[in-house]
Design a protein around this ligand. Structure first.
Ligand code: HEC
Length: 156
């Protein structure tokens, strides 16, 4: 094979990969409340996916799925606050602005379809306030009540 041709063959997949990466970035650039999607993705990988899994599918025993469901909390009373107060969110070692960036990214990345109309993204101030009161043992009961209330919304 001529060297020029080989170079072309090698360059092609690289070009496709670069184009795909740029496409993913363009998608994520449009997420409300997310000023740095790359940072959010990295923070998710480092701080969240160990429990929630890379695709946010969770597991069957202790760690809930977020894919296709997490934004439903935003449509029930108390759900918005709950998200900012669960220990995995509230106690993570990230500053408020990076955490707001990450929570907004998580909601849109894994459950855009359930984001209620008019949802205002979390701000660093709001996250900073909510995380001062991390939920403790009461969280299982609170979560069960919120999930039961999903059925009363028309946000399926
Ligand atoms: C040690 C495991 C663990 C880690 C790490 C973790 N979570 Fe969670 N997360 C949970 C569990 C368990 C729940 C259910 C509520 C509870 O018991 O805390 C939960 C609940 C949530 C909820 C509320 C939705 C629901 O279904 O209850 C959100 C949102 C969330 N986590 C986001 C995150 C984000 C974002 C991170 C990374 C910053 C993270 N979690 C890190 C285990 C974890």
């Amino acid at each position: 094979m001529k060297p020029g041709r080989l170079a072309l063959l090698l360059a092609l997949p690289l070009g496709i990969a670069l184009a795909a990466a740029a496409g993913a970035r363009a998608d994520e650039a449009a997420i409300p409340g997310v000023h740095d999607a790359y940072q959010a993705r990295t923070d998710y990988q480092l701080k969240c996916q160990g429990c929630h899994r890379p695709d946010a599918s969770g597991d069957d025993h202790s760690n809930p799925p977020m894919r296709g469901i997490v934004a439903r909390f935003l449509s029930v009373p108390g759900g918005r606050e709950f998200i900012g107060r669960v220990p995995g969110v509230a106690t993570v070692d990230l500053p408020d602005d990076r955490l707001a960036n990450l929570v907004n990214w998580t909601i849109y990345r894994f459950d855009r379809a359930h984001v209620p109309p008019g949802f205002k993204p979390y701000t660093a101030e709001e996250i900073g306030r909510l995380r001062q009161n991390p939920l403790r043992l009461e969280r299982a009961g609170m979560r069960a009540r919120l999930v039961a209330a999903f059925a009363k919304t028309n946000n399926d």
